[in-house]
Design a protein around this ligand. Structure first.
Ligand SMILES: Cc1ncc(COP(=O)(O)O)c(C=O)c1O
Length: 363
């Protein structure tokens, strides 16, 4: 049957998200979820919303959420545009700014969804290849990014976990396009941004910061994210989103989550502590690790046998993410490695014990 998909859809590979194993007993360190539950205040808000008026549509403007988020980032509520997960933010952005055949650019290796979204929109993709230390040089970055319509930059980056400074991000600003700083992991950084980038005059207001509730607020199952940008930008993007893109329950949960900063900050502290332990204990097992400012660690083993290590761990019901990035190596070769989410101390203990056996016996 010749199904009349658009040509770009026929030609593209779909984005493959991380495995969600069914059943109990897994140590799940593959999709950068938070190992701790959300605040009890969030659960109470969900129950409250469920007992409320679900027969009517949600508040399409998410007024209360925008008030709370605006206060947290030191901006007025019209700078905030909520979405059904940060991935929806990215979709809204690309649909708002990119015509077919425009170019998007992004540092590589990083979040490959940018590339999938560009393909859906029939856009071109330019990869800004990172060097061995996962950095770019200013001149190379300028050449790749200046002509782009949108540059996406995850900060901290995934899978590497490193974070770029405002001065470095400025090197990515396109001449006539938008810079999107994807701060999905922003709260795990040493000094999380709270809106400073948005007010930085160097960016000429052509900057959007995206945030998610999935990671630091333990709400990956709820689906809620938001963009922060100048109101002229959010009001344009508003036209592109579905009018009821965030449901009543998710919006209540997200609002309560932002209101309980103490809960988020306590979990963040614990995750940073466990992350430091992973950064110390993986190198004696033959891994080089990238200093991480996120809730995961990018680990490259001296044998290069990442797929094998991944599979042997999986047999022990420990799931990490085996990732491959074609042409990302210094000599254009495929770069591969393991991205390992920071779990609880107990989970990380299990990981390290299993890793010791796997590495000693098989590699
Ligand atoms: C860099 C980056 N941006 C955005 C997202 C998506 O977040 P959300 O769960 O809010 O869609 C992820 C999820 O893993 C991510 O790694």
């Amino acid at each position: 049957m010749n199904i009349p998909f658009r040509k770009s859809i026929k030609l593209m590979d779909g984005y493959v998200s991380g495995e969600q194993p069914q059943g109990d007993g897994w140590v799940k360190l593959n999709t950068n979820e938070n190992p701790y539950p959300p605040s009890p205040k969030v659960v109470a808000a969900i129950k409250n919303a469920a007992n409320g008026r679900l027969n009517v549509y949600p508040d399409a403007s998410a007024t209360q959420f925008r008030n709370v988020a605006g206060e947290l980032f030191g901006v007025s509520p019209d700078w905030i545009l909520p979405a059904n997960g940060s991935d929806e933010n990215l979709t809204i952005i690309i649909r708002s700014f990119c015509n077919p055949h425009d170019t998007i650019a992004y540092p590589y290796p990083s979040y490959v969804l940018y590339e999938s979204l560009a393909r859906i929109q029939n856009c071109q993709v330019q990869r800004l290849r990172l060097n061995k230390s996962y950095q770019w040089d200013a001149e190379g970055a300028g050449n790749v990014c200046r002509p782009a319509r949108i540059v996406f930059a995850p900060n901290p980056n995934s899978p590497t976990g490193n974070r770029w400074t405002a001065a470095q991000l400025h090197q990515l600003l396109p001449n006539n396009g938008m810079l999107v700083v994807d701060e999905a992991y922003g709260d795990f950084a040493a000094e999380p941004h709270r809106g400073e980038l948005l007010k930085d005059k160097r960016f000429d207001r052509r900057i959007i910061v995206t945030r998610t509730l999935s990671k630091s607020y333990s709400l990956a199952g709820i689906r809620f994210g938001f963009s922060i940008a100048d109101p002229e930008i959010t009001s344009g993007m508003q036209k592109v989103r579905d009018s009821y893109n965030c449901d009543t329950i998710a919006t209540a949960a997200a609002t309560a989550a932002l209101q309980d900063q103490d809960w988020m900050l306590r979990n963040r502290e614990q995750i940073i502590c466990t992350r430091n332990r992973m950064l110390t204990e993986l190198p004696p097992l033959g891994f080089s690790v990238c200093p991480s400012q996120a809730n995961f660690v990018w680990a490259i083993h001296e044998t290069g046998r990442h797929q094998q290590i991944f599979e042997l761990l999986k047999r022990r019901r420990i799931l990490v993410r085996f990732m491959q990035f074609p042409n990302a190596g210094v000599n254009n070769e495929t770069l591969d490695g393991l991205r390992i989410t920071v779990g609880t101390d107990d989970e990380v203990e299990k990981l390290l014990n299993a890793m010791r056996q796997v590495v000693a016996a098989e590699c």
